[in-house]
Every structure is written in structure tokens, then in C-alpha cells.
Design a protein around this ligand. Structure first.
Ligand SMILES: Cc1cc2nc3c(=O)[nH]c(=O)nc-3n(C[C@H](O)[C@H](O)[C@H](O)COP(=O)(O)O)c2cc1C
Length: 163
């Protein structure tokens, strides 16, 4: 898939097929994720892969319909940042998460940025240190269907040229 198509066709996916994601594909995604930019190239981010059904249910139930895509996927991935490696935890984490989302789409895999969570509760459940930052937990799986794009404002409204 060329880069323009990748960026234009990505969607948030909230319903998934039952098909598992192979280890091979997963590692191809993580290989791409190695190239996510970080502040001072500190590589502060890491990924927690969740396949346990009970944990997927727990995460999916945390915020009702907002978090429910997690329990409809065969797996989920938490994108985390080790705060001892950087001051830029939010930037490093969010960029790494989007890198993961785009890399997944290359392989036809759907994701959805889930912000709806109680981070302390989630960290406890996943064994993530309290001081670390969890950018998001995204479900991961093959899309049941790919929605039409959500409405977007015209580009002229979002750009300001300074003379
Ligand atoms: C910071 C952020 C938080 C989001 N939180 C949630 C969420 O908690 N649950 C959810 O279903 N989607 C969530 N989304 C997905 C957005 O709803 C989605 O990106 C938006 O509607 C545009 O649709 P698209 O991603 O298909 O282009 C979030 C997206 C972002 C960037």
C-alpha cells in the first residue's frame, strides 16, 4: 500500500473478525515500530500485548461503549512509555501509538485509539509500573467492516498562512 493510500484509508475499527493475528505479522508491525521517532532518540516506548480473554473483557468494560471495541477484538496492545527514559512521555507515547496504528493498517489490521480508561486500574491489571505513561490501548484484529470516512472540515479551514 502506498503511503498516501495508507493515510487516507485508515479508520478507527470497532468490530473485528474472530481470526487471530499471526506472530509473524505482529513482529512485522513491531519491526516498523522501531522507527517511531522519540525525543533524543531515547526509545522510551514499549508495547504490552494482551490476548487473555478475561483481561480483554476487563479492559473493554472499563468505560462502556467507549472502551467496548477492546472486548470485540482477538487481542489488544497497550502503548506505554518508561518515564525514566524521557521527559517527553506524552509526545513519545502518542507518536509511537500512531506509528503502531499505521503499521497495523499496512497489514490490513484494524485498531482504535481508546482513551476511555482509568489508567491506574489498567496499569495494575497489566503489571505496568505506576509512573509509566499509557498512551492508549488499542484493540487489534481484522476488521469486520471498514466504515466510510467520518466527516472532515475542508483543509482551508485548518490552515493559516502567516504573511
Ligand atoms: C485521543 C483520541 C481518543 C479517542 N478515544 C476513543 C475512545 O475512547 N473510544 C473510541 O471508540 N474511539 C476513540 N477514538 C477514535 C475517534 O473517535 C476517531 O479517531 C474519530 O472519530 C475519527 O474517526 P477515524 O479514526 O475513523 O478517522 C479516539 C481518538 C483519539 C485521537
Amino acid at each position: 500500500m502506498d503511503a498516501e493510500k495508507l493515510l487516507l484509508t485508515r479508520r478507527s475499527i470497532r468490530h473485528f473478525k474472530k481470526d487471530e493475528v499471526s506472530e509473524d505479522v505482529l513482529w512485522k508491525i513491531f519491526e516498523i515500530c522501531r522507527f517511531s521517532p522519540t525525543s533524543k532518540n531515547c526509545e522510551s516506548y514499549y508495547f504490552v500485548v494482551i490476548k487473555n480473554k478475561e483481561i480483554l473483557e476487563f479492559l473493554g468494560d472499563i468505560r462502556g461503549s467507549n472502551s467496548s471495541p477492546i472486548k470485540r477484538a482477538p487481542m489488544a496492545v497497550a502503548i506505554c512509555v518508561d518515564n525514566s527514559k524521557t521527559k517527553r512521555v506524552y509526545e513519545d507515547g502518542c507518536i509511537a501509538a500512531y506509528h503502531f496504528i499505521l503499521a497495523s493498517w499496512i497489514f490490513g489490521l484494524g485498531t482504535c485509539w481508546i482513551a476511555a480508561m482509568d489508567r491506574d486500574e489498567v496499569k495494575k491489571k497489566l503489571g505496568i509500573p505506576r509512573e509509566h505513561y499509557v498512551a492508549t490501548i488499542t484493540p487489534l484484529g481484522y476488521p469486520e467492516n471498514v466504515p466510510e470516512p467520518r466527516p472532515r472540515r475542508p483543509k482551508e479551514e485548518m490552515v493559516k498562512f502567516v504573511e
